[in-house]
Write a protein that binds this ligand. Structure first.
Ligand code: NAD
Ligand code: ZN
Ligand code: ZN
Length: 387
């Protein structure tokens, strides 16, 4: 089969790879019909995530048709059309029972750590996302093996196109979880840092839940302009306004917003010192957007962080957060929990996630797709690949 493989920073290639085979009884083999490149893939592409090996197949946003099933699979059958959550959850461990699927302790590189009385981190397995997350081959490929197939794959109605439902695999639930974590409701004021796909999905969901004022911060005018016309956000370009948080506070009666959403993560631009320190690995990343979120949020408000962080941060301003009485919520998305209700919202027209797509490419051109998305060429917002 053809698949997009990692060979080092800025070096991804579409190559011939062995077809995946069923390993466990509850595996399926999926024939991928659509897959997308995520901002999280860009952390890998730029060589910023540890645990990658040459030849790893990337991709965690994908959907397709069930091609083959293991003997223990009862939830789906050959020929079903399904969307796959990027998190691989077992469905019945301590955390899955709590519907905290992105904390599943049974699928990752250290399964059952707590049960075995081992005090080690036990993240879940994710598709195509380094050996820190299980080293599971991803879905930017013609075929992919999907473990835990009685829990993960969600059947989608034939009336909806691939593009309408593909983002249920990750960025739509991620944007939704970000606003739910922020307790966004009718009349809320919200600041969303990052006008990439996750920030845009958060804006769509915040609108759906009745947010009154949404500020959106980025420095790509074409992304901000799309968000303004599509979701009615108040755009703030941080290349033009030095301190977006200060501007937001001034526009919210000098209190700040109810909730700030960090849809950027550890590669945030804005602090040269942190960028340099992160490059020499003396710092885990940039805390610039986190500090902006703390500054932009009103007392007693919420900072919601879907953006990915790795390792430690020195410049976190915990004192300000304490003094303001802020609540922080963050983490990978509990996709399985949110997917069904989001599918309903797509079906009844509340959400049209596909409007953010700018690039539709053949899987064979995936390496070019990474470049375009990474370098923000051709006003790129989101790339969908078709094998
Ligand atoms: P993206 O790279 O396309 O978008 C990030 C945007 O942030 C860019 O437009 C960039 O210009 C902007 N940005 C950079 N520095 C900024 C700053 N200082 N202030 C404001 N904006 C700034 O990526 P994306 O697909 O939108 O993903 C965003 C983040 O969400 C990534 O960190 C990704 O890994 C993460 N993510 C998390 C989950 C999860 O489960 N929690 C799921 C998907 C993605
Ligand atoms: Zn993703
Ligand atoms: Zn589990």
């Amino acid at each position: 089969m053809r698949a997009l493989t990692y060979h080092g920073a800025k070096d991804v290639r579409v190559e011939n790879m062995p077809d995946p085979v069923l390993i466990e009884d509850d595996d399926i083999i999926l024939r991928v019909t659509a897959t997308a490149i995520c901002g999280s893939d860009l952390h890998l592409f730029r060589g910023k995530m540890p645990g990658m090996e040459s030849g790893d197949i990337l991709g965690h946003e994908f959907m397709g048709i069930v091609e083959d099933t293991g003997s223990g699979v009862s939830a789906v059958k050959k020929g079903d059309r399904v969307v796959i959550p990027f998190v691989i959850a077992c469905g019945h461990c301590f955390f899955c029972e709590l519907t905290q699927f992105a904390c599943c302790e049974a699928t990752g590189p250290n399964p059952g750590a707590a049960l075995n009385r081992k005090n080690i981190s036990s993240p879940p397995a994710l598709f195509g996302y380094s050996h820190l997350y299980g080293g599971v081959p991803g879905g930017q490929a013609e075929f992919v093996r999907v473990p835990k197939a009685n829990v993960g794959p969600f059947a989608v109605p034939g009336s909806l196109s691939d593009e309408q439902v593909l983002f249920l695999s990750d960025i739509l639930p991620t944007g939704y979880q970000a606003v739910l974590n922020g307790e966004v409701k009718q009349g809320s004021t919200v600041a969303i840092f990052g006008a990439g796909p996750v920030g845009l999905m958060a804006a769509a969901c915040a609108r759906m839940l009745g947010a009154e004022k949404i500020f959106m911060i980025d420095h790509h005018p074409y992304r901000l302009e799309f968000a303004r016309t599509t979701y009615g956000v108040i755009p703030i370009n941080f290349d033009e306004i030095d301190d977006p948080a200060e501007s937001i506070v001034a526009q919210t009666a000098y209190r700040g917003v109810d909730v700030s959403i960090d849809a950027v993560g550890f590669e945030a631009k804005g602090s040269t010192t942190e960028t340099v320190l992160a490059t020499i690995k003396a710092e885990g990343g940039s805390g610039f957007v986190l500090r902006q979120c703390i500054a932009a949020t009103r007392r007693g408000g919420i900072v919601s962080v879907p953006g990915v962080y790795a390792g430690w941060l020195h410049g976190f301003l915990f004192g300000d957060a304490f003094e303001k009485g802020l609540t922080f919520r963050m983490g990978q998305t509990h996709v399985h929990r949110l997917l069904p209700e989001l599918l309903e919202h797509i079906e009844n027209g509340d959400l049209q996630p596909e409007v953010i797509i700018t690039h539709r490419m053949n899987l064979d051109d995936a390496a070019r797709g990474y470049e375009i998305f990474n370098d923000k060429e051709e006003d790129c917002r989101k790339v969908v690949l078709v094998p």
